[in-house]
Ligand binder design. Structure first.
Ligand code: PLP
Length: 452
């Protein structure tokens, strides 16, 4: 297909898109990548400051990973985990994860995406509580602005209106409570501690209203990514954990973005000091070179499932590509590189540098708040930073900043009026300088544009 026809004919239903705008403007076609850079089909170079969709931790065009995938394809290409079968890469990967995870004893279920990992979480909760004779304990609490995926169950866990609209979501049994969005939602003079106590009191009331015996789990991203890079206020997670313990409610830790070094530690729960009961992982598990997700559950849950299968027959859940051997081989290689090259420690160090540089934008007239930790950050744009008034409609300023970024050869993403920054973990100091410089120019350009 010629370049021209690629632009003129686009026979794709694009994911999460404004179809009308796509029809008018067409897609931007990305052609290749190396390290933290990508080039489009016209040869223009971009610094990729979003790690794709928060996932390409090791950057683009890694030959070592490509060789591993090619070798796994040559060796077998496919093997499954059904009917008593398994394969070496899957077993070794599960063992490796078990060693890495901040859980005592865990078992791993493999899938393909973050969405299916969270669907699996919902089904595991149902299966487990049915198995132990508590069939009423099924509801799951999530948070407004949470992003946990787009399938019917994970889309119900998601708390972003656009992911519910016209899909009849959320399904019954999925509840949403406050997000810990201190910058936007704190009342006048309210401290972070008071704010945290207030929203957790709301949660306590919700649990009591619904009945603790009807609630299986609470799901949380350590940092809420797609909802606007929302960091928990100091003390939020330890207090949340204590509240859930009081009512015997599981805490599902969605590490799909935060896992594997993004927040300056291996996992976000370590950065924010909480103990998960179960975990969802995807994205950086393979540095996005292959699709793969993993759900970790405690051994005690697995044992209850064994007892259930003795009575009810098989555990009827799994995907053709659960633990695809090429994906597992790639994940093993990626985890080996993380360890061998000290990628998490490097990302923590470079992350401090990035955060420190981004803090300079606090003085920018368009920026209401700079927030972040490790290698993830958000600039929350505000119309008037003193009065914290925001743009209406939301996204007005964000879209202008992103358009200016494209002109300046920088890929970032606006979540409404929050500019998300999430570069590959292997970014160098000089590349961070370049990112910050291009972002500064883009903010200035957008500000001029908004004044017109
Ligand atoms: N959970 C979180 C925290 C995410 O950010 C995402 C995707 O961005 C998902 C789940 C869903 O993952 P996927 O898009 O692979 O289905």
């Amino acid at each position: 297909m010629s370049q021209k026809s690629l632009h003129n004919h686009y026979p794709i239903v694009p994911p999460t898109s404004n179809f009308k705008l796509m029809e008018e403007n067409g897609p931007q076609i990305m052609a290749r990548g190396k390290g933290v850079y990508q080039w489009d089909d016209k040869g223009k170079q971009y610094l990729e400051g979003m790690a794709g969709l928060w996932c390409t931790s090791l950057g683009y065009g890694n030959g070592e990973i490509a060789e591993t995938a090619a070798e796994a394809m040559r060796t077998m290409g496919f093997a499954h985990m059904f009917s008593g079968k398994s394969h070496e890469a899957g077993i070794r990967l599960a063992e490796k994860l078990e060693q890495m995870l901040p859980m005592d004893d865990s078992r791993i279920f493999f899938g393909v995406s973050g969405s299916d990992a969270n669907d699996t979480q919902v089904k595991l909760m149902r299966y487990y509580f049915n198995a132990i004779g508590r069939p009423d304990k099924k509801k799951i609490i999530s948070r407004h602005l949470a992003y946990h995926g787009v399938t019917l169950a994970s889309g119900s866990l998601t708390g972003i209106p656009v992911n519910h609209a016209l899909f009849d979501l959320p399904l019954d049994g999925f509840l949403h409570t406050d997000s810990p969005f201190y910058f936007r939602d704190a009342m006048d003079e309210e401290t972070e501690e008071d704010f945290t106590n207030r929203i957790l009191e709301n949660l306590d009331e919700l649990i009591q209203r619904e009945g603790p015996d009807t609630i299986a789990a609470f799901i949380a991203e350590p940092i809420m990514g797609a909802g606007g890079v929302i960091l928990p206020p100091e003390g939020y997670f330890p207090k949340l954990r204590a509240l859930l313990d009081k009512y015997d409610i599981f805490l599902i830790d969605d590490e799909v973005i935060c896992g594997f070094g993004r927040t300056g530690n291996a996992f976000g729960c370590e950065t924010f000091d909480f103990r998960p009961d179960t975990m969802s992982m995807a994205k950086a598990l393979t540095s996005a070179y292959m699709p793969l997700s993993a759900v970790a559950i405690p051994e005690s849950m697995y044992q209850a499932m064994i007892d259930a299968t003795a009575e009810h027959g098989v555990f009827g859940h799994g995907f053709t590509y659960s633990g695809h051997p090429v994906s597992c081989a790639v994940a093993l290689k990626v985890l080996e590189i993380y360890e061998r090259d000290n990628v998490f420690a490097y990302a923590a160090k470079m992350g401090s540098y990035l955060q420190q540089k981004l803090q300079h934008f606090s003085d920018h007239p368009l920026v209401g708040e700079v927030r972040g930790t490790g290698m993830i950050a958000g600039l929350h744009l505000a119309k008037d930073k003193e009065t914290k008034s925001f743009f209406d409609p939301a996204g007005t300023a964000g879209a202008k900043v992103i358009a200016a970024c494209v002109d300046n050869g920088l890929i970032l993403r606006n979540l409404g009026d929050v500019i998300a920054i999430c570069p590959p973990l292997v970014i160098s100091e000089a590349e961070i300088d370049e990112l910050v410089d291009k972002l500064g120019k883009s903010l200035d350009g957008a500000l001029e544009d908004l004044k017109r």
